[in-house]
Design a protein around this ligand. Structure first.
Ligand code: AMP
Length: 293
C-alpha cells in the first residue's frame, strides 16, 4: 500500500525534505502543471523504478502562457492529482503558489533565455513561452534539487530546450526522456484533451494519423522531406475543423531543415505537428525513422 504523498508548499521545507532523501538515495523529479493523466503517471513510474524516491511538482506556471492563452481556464484537479501520485508511489508533491514562485511579480523576474531553438515552431507561435518554461524549470531544479528529472517526448521541442539549458547552465541534473503515452486510438494524452467535445476529439485524431502516414511512407521507401510533409498535410487537409499551424520534418537534434530523412539513422529526424481543433491547440510528434519494435 502507498502512503499519501507529503504536500510541500514552501521552498524551505521542500529543500529540507530533498536533502534528507538524498542523504540515503537518489531523488527523481517530475515537473508538471497538474491535471494529471496516464502520460504523467508513466513518467512517475519510470522515475520510481530508477530512483529511491520521486517528487512531483504541480504548478500552472503563468509565465509560459501568452496573454490570449488558456491560463485562467487551465484545468486544476488537485484531489485527483494527489490520488494518481499516491497510486504510483510518489513521496512528495511540491505545490507552490504564484507568490512563492514569483515574489516580485510575473513581469519582474530573472529569466532564462535559450537562444536559437526557442524561436522556432512552438516558440514562433507562442512568443515568450520557452522563456517561461526554461525559467520555471531552472527554479524548480533549484528548489527540489533532484538527481534525475523526467520529461515527456510529447513536448519534443521543450525537451530539447531543457536539455540545452541544463547543459549550458551546468545545472547538474541528469535528464531522462519518456516516450509519448497515447489513447488506444492514437491520440497523444494531454491535459488539454479534456477541452475537446466528442466531435473535436474525433477530429483531433488526424494529428496522430498524419504521423502514422509519414511512418508508413518512410517504411515504403520515401525519404524526401517535401514528399513526407505532403503526406502529413494531406491527412490533415481532410478535416475542416482542424486548423493547421505547422507540420514539418526537421533534424531531431537542432530542429534545422533537411531535405531527406536518413532512413538508416534511427531517430535522426522528427516530424512535428501543431494544430488548433476548435479552440484547443494540440501538438504531437514522431521521431524518424522510429526505433523498430
Ligand atoms: P505538463 O503537465 O503538460 O506540463 O507536462 C508535464 C510533463 O509530462 C512534461 O514533461 C510532458 O512532456 C509530459 N507529458 C505530457 N503528456 C504526455 C504524454 N502523453 N506522454 C508522455 N509524457 C507526457
Amino acid at each position: 500500500m502507498n502512503f499519501s504523498p507529503l504536500v510541500l508548499r514552501s521552498i524551505s521545507e521542500t529543500r529540507e525534505w530533498s536533502r534528507e532523501i538524498r542523504r540515503s538515495g537518489t531523488l527523481g523529479f517530475v515537473p508538471t502543471m497538474g491535471a494529471l493523466h496516464e502520460g504523467h503517471a508513466e513518467l512517475m513510474r519510470v522515475a520510481a523504478r530508477e530512483c529511491g524516491a520521486v517528487a512531483v511538482s504541480i504548478y500552472v506556471n503563468p509565465t509560459q502562457f501568452g496573454p490570449r492563452e488558456d491560463l485562467g481556464k487551465y484545468p486544476r484537479t488537485f484531489e485527483s492529482d494527489l490520488e494518481l501520485c499516491r497510486s504510483v508511489g510518489v513521496k512528495a508533491i511540491f505545490f507552490p503558489s504564484d507568490e512563492i514562485m514569483y515574489p516580485r511579480g510575473r513581469e519582474n523576474f530573472t529569466a532564462v533565455e535559450v537562444p536559437g531553438l526557442t524561436t522556432l515552431f512552438e516558440g514562433a507561435s507562442r512568443p515568450g513561452h520557452f522563456v517561461g518554461v526554461a525559467t520555471v524549470v531552472t527554479k524548480l531544479f533549484g528548489i527540489v534539487v533532484p538527481d534525475v528529472s523526467y520529461f515527456g517526448r510529447k513536448d519534443y521541442q521543450q525537451w530539447l530546450v531543457i536539455k540545452r539549458m541544463t547543459e549550458d547552465l551546468n545545472l547538474g541534473v541528469t535528464l531522462r526522456r519518456v516516450d509519448t503515452v497515447r489513447e488506444p486510438d492514437g491520440l497523444a494524452m494531454s491535459s488539454r484533451n479534456r477541452y475537446l467535445s466528442a466531435a473535436e476529439r474525433s477530429m483531433a485524431l488526424s494529428l496522430s494519423r498524419s504521423l502514422k502516414a509519414v511512418e508508413m511512407a518512410l517504411a515504403s521507401g520515401e525519404t524526401q522531406v517535401k514528399q513526407l510533409e505532403k503526406c502529413m498535410t494531406e491527412v490533415l487537409g481532410d478535416n475542416p475543423g482542424v486548423q493547421l499551424d505547422y507540420a514539418r520534418i526537421v533534424n531531431a537534434d537542432n530542429l534545422k531543415e533537411q531535405n531527406v530523412v536518413e532512413s538508416h539513422i534511427p531517430e535522426s529526424a522528427v516530424a512535428l505537428i501543431a494544430a488548433r481543433v476548435g479552440t484547443t491547440r494540440l501538438i504531437d510528434n514522431l521521431l524518424l525513422p522510429p526505433v523498430s519494435g
